[in-house]
Design a protein around this ligand. Structure first.
Ligand SMILES: Cc1cc2nc3c(=O)[nH]c(=O)nc-3n(C[C@H](O)[C@H](O)[C@H](O)COP(=O)(O)OP(=O)(O)OC[C@H]3O[C@@H](n4cnc5c(N)ncnc54)[C@H](O)[C@@H]3O)c2cc1C
Length: 394
């Protein structure tokens, strides 16, 4: 630890984004132990996320993924731009963004803002890659209409007792904790009667059932709560403040997630180019490559501004839906391009790169649904950004 770090808890690069990028780039390109994660394919989600946890641990020990997070929660200072640089440089060095970072980007900002003590206690092991969390919002009867959710949390002394179900929980099969949006008020209270609470999966009364995608991978899970007792100290924000916490969270889920995913998409497009370089491509392939690249550039151009706004502490709010829509265009376009260009190899190839593209293609079908469907995003833009008149039924 340098003298500067020991006094303030801040790292050398907390106020030096360019210095951070230069040092990080040098490390990522020269560190031999990182070879293990370049071009790796894992035949199960569980193996992939565990391996990515080890990568996260290495980045933590090197102090690289601690930038962008505050010192009191295990970070070394800096802001969202540091995190954006980390993801960009990982992609440029041909490395994956460790998957636990996806949920970290979604869940850590609201925790830091609404429950800093919990963040101080629980974020350091997350940053070390020792654990990762899931987001328990959706229920069988509450997806787009989240305010209809029914999973109940009844106060009982210094605990809440949870009963109900969540579904489509990303990383749910391996997550150690779940940030759950639960009903603490009446059903009629809609969004006013919700609270956010962080639940340890090991709590008696919590059971997790993995959900396999069409790829066969357990990317998601459903979670059942049967009188599960969770300490009230695990509330994120105050009781009844769940909707405000969720709305704050969603701008990170849509915007930081979009930046992170754009860096991954650019790496994958480069890999695809290399994989098909020696083959005869169908007519129009070069144009399709160009279109896909242009979509990624459009997403990045939008997203870099959003990251700057978040770093400046601005509220992005409903405008984050623009980033989300551009991201879905990139995700579907990139994976359709891979399917088309790899041809028979995509469908039947046993090689790890073919298997990766197949798994990822299936997952990309969810990009217009997860985090709020494309139709709902367009509705948000129409109502809250463009201020268009409401549709009238005939
Ligand atoms: C890969 C993936 C990962 C996910 N990860 C998570 C997670 O980690 N945590 C979590 O809580 N959830 C997660 N989800 C769930 C996701 O948030 C929901 O699927 C999504 O919000 C849609 O809800 P629903 O599936 O209930 O569909 P519904 O809300 O039933 O929607 C059905 C159809 O109706 C349309 N529709 C609904 N309302 C409107 C409207 N007002 N205007 C126009 N069209 C409308 C929708 O666009 C959709 O086409 C994930 C989903 C996927 C696919």
């Amino acid at each position: 630890m340098t003298a500067v770090e020991s006094r303030s808890g801040l790292g050398t690069y907390a106020d030096d984004l360019d210095g951070y990028r230069t040092a990080l780039r040098a490390y990522l390109r020269s560190e031999p132990s990182l070879r293990r994660w370049r071009g790796a394919h894992y035949d199960t989600t569980e193996k992939r996320i565990a391996e990515h946890g080890f990568l996260m641990g290495g980045l933590y020990r090197g102090r690289w993924n601690r930038y962008g997070w505050p010192a009191h929660a295990g970070g070394l200072g800096g802001d969202e731009r540091h995190r954006a640089v980390l993801y960009e440089e990982l992609g440029a060095a041909g490395l994956p963004v460790p998957e636990p970072h996806l949920m970290l980007e979604t869940l850590a900002p609201p925790l830091l803002r609404f429950s800093p003590e919990l963040a101080a206690e629980l974020l350091p092991p997350y940053l070390r890659g020792e654990e990762w969390w899931g987001q328990g919002f959706s229920e069988p009867e509450a997806g787009s209409d989240l305010a209809a959710l029914r999973c109940r949390a009844r106060p009982d002394g210094d605990h809440y007792v949870l009963s109900g179900q969540k579904v489509w929980t990303s990383h749910g099969a391996t997550a150690r904790r779940l940030a759950c949006l639960v009903r603490t008020g009446t059903t009629e209270s809609r969004h006013r009667g919700l609270s956010m609470i962080l639940v340890d999966v090991a709590t008696p009364g919590v059971s997790v059932r993995p959900l396999a995608l069409a790829s066969g991978q357990n990317e998601l899970a459903e979670v059942f709560f049967d009188e599960a007792r969770v300490p009230a100290s695990r509330l994120i924000g105050a009781a009844g403040q769940g909707w405000a916490v969720a709305m704050y969270l969603l701008q990170f889920e849509r915007a930081m997630f979009a930046w992170l995913s754009a860096t991954v998409a650019l790496r994958r497009l480069r890999e695809l180019r290399d994989q098909v370089a020696a083959t005869t491509l169908p007519d129009g392939a070069t144009r399709r490559f160009g279109e896909c690249y242009a979509d990624i550039v459009a997403l990045r151009a939008r997203s870099v501004e959003t990251v700057r706004r978040l770093a400046a502490g601005e509220t992005v709010g409903p405008e984050a839906s623009v980033d989300k829509i551009l991201l879905a265009t990139v995700e579907t376009g990139l994976h359709d391009l891979a399917r088309e260009l790899l041809g028979i190899r995509f469908t039947f190839g046993a090689e790890p790169d073919a298997a990766s593209w197949r798994d990822d293609w299936w997952y990309s079908r969810g990009s217009t649904i997860m985090g709020g469907s494309a139709e709902v995003q367009r509705g948000i833009l129409a109502d809250h950004v463009l201020g268009l008149p409401k549709e009238r039924s005939a």
